[in-house]
Design a protein around this ligand. Structure first.
Ligand SMILES: NC(=O)c1ccc[n+]([C@@H]2O[C@H](COP(=O)([O-])OP(=O)(O)OC[C@H]3O[C@@H](n4cnc5c(N)ncnc54)[C@H](O)[C@@H]3O)[C@@H](O)[C@H]2O)c1
Length: 356
């Protein structure tokens, strides 16, 4: 059975009270250079990446609030923290909800978005509303609440299909899909808010993130959860193209670490950073590794390439290393091992039984 999530409606006064509950002795202790017991709002916290951020913050003893409309995220992603976090259910475009959620907050880690190239090709207006208008609303609310910094989840898709690899932040973005346009528009808003409104922002361009809690069932699911669940179940998996397209597949813990560093790093405000591993692997390599880890042969069907997909992607992470002190801690292989293990441990319980 799936545990239900406690919904906590915070009001500005309860947020202020929460701040005052900080044990005075603890307030001066620092974890990895970060101030403990700060108040973090994670938009999209019920999603894949957001819930992994929430897990880390809760483990560190931070105060965590999630704002999510559960469009693509799931309550079961938050079930294990349900007594430890506040959940604000609703849209990132809802100014009143944002005001309540951001009252007294130190940092906003803005992950909420419709996070799919294919979905954006089918419904570009919905993607724009959630990703562009939603981000603008988040920034305005952060300004009004006096939030110290907003970290924005951008995407490697802003680079488009440029031939030069690895992709670095000085390149001119060339988005190829409505989704990529929306992520770039959000970055542009983030870039102007520090100078005009004094709101500190940092944009992180994630490169193909994977790991526990990534949804294999959505129509727009990413390739790694689809392949793992497909191979485990003996289903045929589909590759669009010849399988030689490559990606900088990044384990989610690396992305979580980048977010926490970006919230604090001096001199990072107003900038964009690649968050990847600096390597790339083809889909054929991925399938080979998954077969070994799962111990089962994959049934692969190769088909036509998809509109909006880029051929190769690989991050240059020099800027994130220099400014954020970011270093990917979990390799592609180790990340896949952990992800397969997670799928095994959840296969017979919650995730595969939940109807959506
Ligand atoms: N997963 C990746 O490989 C990847 C790569 C690049 C960028 N990103 C970005 O990272 C972020 C998180 O992606 P994810 O993979 O965890 O996706 P996800 O779909 O699992 O999470 C997104 C979350 O945002 C919520 N959400 C969507 N629209 C909302 C709205 N209007 N109001 C409130 N909540 C809303 C969803 O319910 C969900 O919980 C997104 O901004 C995405 O664009 C992800």
């Amino acid at each position: 059975m799936v545990a239900s999530v406690r919904l906590v409606r915070y009001t500005p006064s309860s947020a202020a009270a929460a701040l005052m509950r900080r044990p005075p002795g603890k307030a001066i202790v620092s974890i990895g250079g970060r101030h403990p017991l700060a108040v973090y709002v994670v938009t999209g916290g019920a999603g894949f990446i957001g819930s992994n951020i929430v897990a880390r913050l809760v483990a560190e003893g931070q105060e965590v609030r999630v704002l999510d409309n559960f469009a693509t995220g799931h309550r079961e992603n938050l079930a294990e923290f349900s007594t430890k976090i506040g959940v604000f259910e609703g849209n990132v475009s809802d100014a009143d909800l944002l005001r309540s959620a951001f009252a007294g907050a130190d940092y906003v880690l803005h992950q909420a978005a419709l996070a799919s190239v294919q979905r954006s090709v089918g419904d570009p207006v919905a993607t724009d509303r959630a990703n562009v208008h939603g981000t603008l609303r988040v920034l305005v609310a952060a300004r009004d609440a006096g939030v110290k910094r907003v970290v924005y989840a951008s995407s490697s898709s802003v680079y488009g299909d440029v031939a030069e690899l690895p992709k670095h932040e000085a390149m001119t973005p060339a988005p190829k899909s409505p989704y990529a346009v929306s992520k770039l528009a959000g970055e542009h808003y983030c870039a102007v808010f520090p100078a005009i409104y004094g709101v500190e922002t940092v944009s992180l361009r994630y490169f193909n993130v994977f790991g526990p809690r990534q949804d294999p069932k959505s129509q727009y699911a990413a390739v790694i959860p689809i392949f793992i669940s497909g191979i485990m179940a003996g289903r045929e998996i589909q590759v669009f193209g010849d399988g030689e397209q490559s990606r900088d597949f990044t384990y989610v813990d690396n992305v979580v670490e980048a977010n926490l560093r970006a919230a604090q790093a001096k001199g990072a405000a107003g900038k964009a950073y690649n968050v990847g591993t600096g390597e790339r692997h083809t889909l054929n390599e991925l399938i080979e590794l998954l077969q070994q880890l799962i111990g089962r042969a994959a049934r692969v069907e190769y088909g036509a390439e998809r509109a909006g997909d880029v051929k190769h992607s690989q991050a240059d992470i020099a800027r994130a290393r220099a400014d954020l002190g970011y270093e990917p801690q979990v390799s592609f292989e180790e990340g896949l091992r952990r992800t397969v293990q997670w799928f095994r441990s959840t296969e017979s319980t919650t995730f595969f039984l939940v109807d959506r």
